[in-house]
Design a protein around this ligand. Structure first.
Ligand SMILES: [Zn+2]
Length: 441
């Protein structure tokens, strides 16, 4: 008993990383998430009958993908009223030409709500897609409820916007609901390309796709877990160099995954992240990949055990089995926790300074310690160097080195992986920047 009581103190003295401290402002946002509103939003989205991309020409005020789009836009516009003019709502509309998979060109229209941050620059995105598919992704007439895929993610984005918009953040937050995901990540790619062309500084995309069900098709059930997928290497990374320095487990996307894995349990009691160190599931994909493709760090949230009789299925009963992505299969308490997890992660990121820029590991001579340097970032009042064993999945140790842009720690760069993160006056932390080794004479 005595030994157990002393252990945390010993850990601290040894530089072990303490759990994130709860910020009351973030906790208030997390606690404001409403199960009833999520349920009502789901019912509304399913009520449009179909959100298939090819229902765009047959949409009415109450039916089809553009009825859903107009309703989502109206929701964001209503939410924006509590933003003191900081939130704007726009459609990202374009004509997607016919492809090998599609019978004709189709108009795509994503809904993008942007909450301006107090400081210009860093952008944090929470995304989902609102289009759906019942197995026949180019059929605009049949019923396609899309309750879990991806009414769940869309309801989560709307609810996160509701609870976060009254608050001020250092960074700009984009609440995005994309069209055209089911046919090739079209809406997200179109929007990510626009951001890239503008030279936008996207620090993170948290993509939510299928976050509302807890009954796996194989009988598995873990209602207190959410999976986070993160891609290893940034696109275009040089494999030879990655092999040489052992940086394959430290893409910015993976640092975001580690960050949310630490933050979420601090705000959502009993809820934990299962890290999946790959871009997405086999034979599947998601809008986070569009951001990755444009060089923007991104992760995907998804429920722990999916049910494939409910996804991308025509609504029908076959041999006594109900197929279809229907709202009765959702677990709204789980969807609320998934939403709270996003709010905790997104608020923690957007209140914090951005990660230190241009982090470097200085290679000058053989030695027993490690020197890191970086460019300062706005709002940081100190920086922390973190490290872990090369075969450890999560950061293990931390040392605050003060408000400097270079520091040396008594840690072997040969045996450990090091990183640096920014801390503000209130203790908000960025995710970790991995320092690229730089040779110096
Ligand atoms: Zn989806």
């Amino acid at each position: 008993m005595k030994l157990l009581a002393v252990l945390p103190l010993v850990a601290l003295l040894l530089g072990a990383i303490p759990a994130p401290v709860r910020d009351p402002q973030i906790a208030a946002m997390v606690d404001a998430v409403s199960v009833a509103r999520l349920r009502a939003d789901e019912a509304k989205l399913v009520g449009f009958g179909t959100r298939n991309d090819f229902s765009e020409t047959s949409s009415t005020a109450t039916h089809g993908v553009f009825a859903a789009r107009d309703w989502i836009r109206a929701q964001f516009e209503s939410i924006a009223k509590s933003s003191d003019g900081r939130m704007s709502v726009a459609l990202d509309t374009y004509v997607q030409p016919k492809t090998a998979r599609t019978p004709r060109a189709v108009t795509e229209s994503s809904v993008i709500a942007t909450l301006r941050g107090d400081e210009p620059g860093p952008i944090y995105i929470m995304s989902s897609h609102y289009d759906d598919c019942n197995g026949d992704c180019t059929n605009g007439t049949r019923v396609a409820p899309g309750a879990d895929d991806n009414g769940s993610g869309t309801a989560a984005v709307l609810e996160a916007a509701r609870v976060m918009v009254p608050h001020h953040f250092r960074g700009t937050i984009v609440f995005a609901t994309f069209d055209g995901e089911e046919l090739g990540l079209w809406g997200s790619q179109h929007y990510a390309d626009e951001l890239k062309q503008q030279g936008a500084h996207v620090v993170a995309d948290l993509n939510d796709d299928i976050v509302g069900n807890t009954h796996g098709g194989d009988g598995s059930r873990e209602p207190h877990v959410i999976r986070v997928f993160s891609q290893a290497l940034p696109l275009g990374a040089d494999p030879a160099r990655v092999n040489l320095i052992g940086s394959e487990n430290d893409s910015p996307s993976r640092e975001i995954a580690r960050y949310v894995g630490a933050v979420i349990p601090a705000y959502v009691g009993g809820f934990t992240v299962r890290q999946i160190f790959r871009a997405d599931r086999f034979l599947r994909g998601g809008d986070q990949e569009s951001f990755q493709a444009d060089g923007f760090p991104a992760i995907r949230f998804v429920e722990p055990h999916e049910n494939f009789t409910h996804q991308h299925q025509n609504v029908r009963v076959e041999r006594g089995v109900q197929y279809g992505d229907l709202p009765q299969f959702l677990d709204y308490a789980y969807l609320a926790n998934a939403t709270r997890a996003n709010v905790a992660a997104l608020a923690s990121l957007a209140l914090a300074p951005e990660p230190p820029r241009d982090a470097q590991l200085v290679m000058k001579r053989l030695g027993y310690d490690s020197t890191l340097r970086w460019k300062p970032v706005s709002g940081a009042t100190s920086y922390e160097i973190v490290w872990r064993a090369t075969d450890a999945a999560q950061w293990q140790h931390v040392k605050n080195v003060g408000n400097v842009t270079q520091a040396t720690v008594a840690v072997s760069k040969d045996d450990d992986i090091l990183g640096v993160r920014a801390v503000d006056a209130k203790g908000h932390r960025s995710y970790v920047s991995y320092p690229l080794p730089v040779r110096e004479r």
